[in-house]
Design a protein around this ligand. Sequence first.
Ligand code: FAD
Length: 316
Amino acid sequence: MKVTDHLKVSDETLFSFEILPPLKGKSIQSIFDGIDPLMEFKPKFINVTYHREEYIYKERENGLLEKIAIRKRPGTVGICAAIMNKYQVDAVPHLICGGFGKEETENALIDLQFLGIDNVLALRGDSIKTESNFRAHKDGHEFAVDLIGQIGEMNSGNYLMDDIKLEPTNFCVGAAGYPEKHFEAMNLSTDLHYLKAKVDAGAEYIVTQMFFDNKKYFAFVDACRAAGIMVPIIPGLKPIKTMRHISFLPKFFHIDYPEALSKELLKCTTNDQVEQVGSEWGIAQSQELKAANVPCIHYYTMSNSKMVKSIAKEIF
Ligand code: FAD
């Protein structure tokens, strides 16, 4: 079932979450161990992130360095199929532009269709560690809007081989939105301009980057509506768990902590204290969002479902 249909048939705020594929070498059981504790909250869909290749340099016997591509977290498509098979819950694979040529994208979408997967979250992806700026694959897409356009073409039966008309796919496409603006955008209004282009190209709902200040989410929704973006906007929340998160989350995800939260975090000296603050903050954020009747609250587990469970049991 499509994410948008789940949203349409419910008057209440839905629960959903996102998982990461395990590191290469770990079994599917590690995924199930992360999902099992959250099933009591009846997620309507579970997102699975996509991780592109990284490059390492290995020294050869002759002293020369060899550039080797590695993928630490492969398996997004297979994990989605395993989730749907085991839990009968819709899985939403993330699909990115980075590292993909158009034909590989088409083949990935064909695999998804064969597996009965109805949803895709279409993203550009970030630059790899060895590049300072995002560089598109030579036969791929530069922006998420272009990927969304390709999926839209397939939904109309137009595949890359243009001499034959094939059976249309029927994917429901989601896109990313940034209440605190995407870090590369000149300002929020240009970012909204490009977000609207993603919706015009076929994105039927938006999932936001994590944020810790609900005011920013509500202002973002208002700004989207004013810009003519009328699709559901699902807030994404991440519970802060460790001392490391205090600086890592703002640095990596380009978000700010509101002052009331940073004051509490400044008092923490242990991971347990951070977890306590993060959990209380996540509950308060979720309560306010639910009271505002947001369509769904989407939690970023980042391979740790314990805190999401402690928050969800107060909310759902
Ligand atoms: P885009 O929408 O393409 O935007 C990228 C930047 O370009 C923005 O600054 C935008 O304003 C600008 N822009 C857009 N279109 C144009 C245009 N036509 N011309 C000029 N400028 C333009 N990353 C992963 O690698 N794997 C994941 O699984 C993953 N999941 C995510 C899930 C969510 C909910 C979110 C919010 C992010 C996720 N990301 C993931 C991170 C995401 O890939 C990065 O934030 C990336 O930098 C931008 O992706 P995007 O799809 O928003 O890009």
